[in-house]
Design a protein around this ligand. Structure first.
Ligand code: SF4
Ligand code: SF4
Length: 291
């Protein structure tokens, strides 16, 4: 956990709650039903107050941040007051935005730079709800996305690649093109094997080789429709060369590591690396060398 915010990094994160309305099969920080909100609040307020005014990025995460009610707006407004040019990246499952009263209130309180990251697990409700561990999640998330889209919010749609959805990555891309073309970015994400993803490892993990070509199809479909697309948390050596240009150095510095073989790799500076927190490292990770 970080103890200070810094400028020019994507490592700044405010953990605001462990509560969540989903129970995702691969959640890296599984939700709790009880927590000490007062303790979290004190810590977060101190973190915001100690930040430099030129801090440019803070991620608000959980759990599901929209479940803490007015306190979320208090955090956001304190961040913008202390750091006027800060972009807040709010990670949410999107369900609260389906509720008219909530979205109205949210709109009143959020006028500065905000990007909302929302996961979409599938192009159909059966798979999405199964992965989210909650009946009705898909329809609420889609409705929430449309409400946010109508109000012009910047939305990052996140697709975590799992055994349950990898065969439909191209269908998910088509679904986005037809139903959610207003999103600012689609991020395909490799799995961090921790929390539920570790507990449910055999149910959720799929080797990179299994989904490489279908991911390539999905990425090019979105790209051909001028929807910005990025790949997170998948090392260069596990992607086809055609996708390297879409790949981001996405793993936060404090969570990033390399394996022994990476020292021989010519792409060590460009690749996202590996989660130091992950309890599984794929045998597909091999150094890229000049011939
Ligand atoms: S929505 Fe996010 S926090 Fe909630 S269970 Fe799913 S992965 Fe975990
Ligand atoms: S070998 Fe290591 S540094 Fe090279 S691409 Fe793979 S993970 Fe990245």
């Amino acid at each position: 956990m970080i103890d200070k915010f810094y400028k020019g990094t994507n490592n700044n994160a405010l953990f605001v709650t462990s509560f969540c309305s989903n129970r995702c099969v691969m959640c890296c920080q599984p939700p709790l039903t009880e927590e000490n909100q007062a303790e979290l609040y004190d810590r977060n307020i101190k973190l915001i107050a100690s930040a430099d005014s030129d801090t440019d990025y803070v991620c608000i995460t959980g759990g599901e941040p929209t479940l803490i009610g007015e306190r979320l707006f208090e955090y956001m407004n304190k961040i913008w007051k202390q750091m006027p040019h800060c972009c807040i990246h709010l990670l949410s499952n999107g369900r609260s935005f389906s509720k008219p009263k909530y979205i109205e209130r949210f709109y009143e309180e959020t006028k500065s730079h905000l990007v909302i990251g929302i996961p979409l697990h599938s192009d159909n409700y059966l798979d999405h709800d199964l992965i989210a561990g909650s009946k009705g999640a898909f329809y609420e998330t889609i409705k929430g996305l449309h409400n946010l889209g109508v109000l012009g919010y910047e939305i990052e749609l996140r697709v975590v690649i799992l055994k349950q959805n990898y065969k439909r990555l191209d269908k998910i891309a088509e679904f986005i093109i037809h139903n959610l073309p207003f999103v600012s970015q689609v991020s395909f994400m490799g799995l961090e094997v921790v929390g539920n993803a570790y507990g449910n490892f055999s149910k959720v993990w799929v080797e990179y080789a299994e989904f490489r070509s279908i991911l390539e199809r999905a990425v090019f479909l979105l790209d051909s429709c001028k929807i910005q697309v990025r790949i997170f948390n998948i090392p260069h050596c596990c992607l086809p060369i055609s996708l390297w240009t879409f790949s981001c150095k996405s793993i936060s510095e404090w969570k990033k590591t390399n394996t022994k073989v990476c020292n021989k790799c010519v792409y060590i500076e460009d690749c996202c690396g590996i989660f130091s927190t992950s309890k599984y490292i794929s045998s597909e990770i091999k150094p890229i060398v000049y011939k």
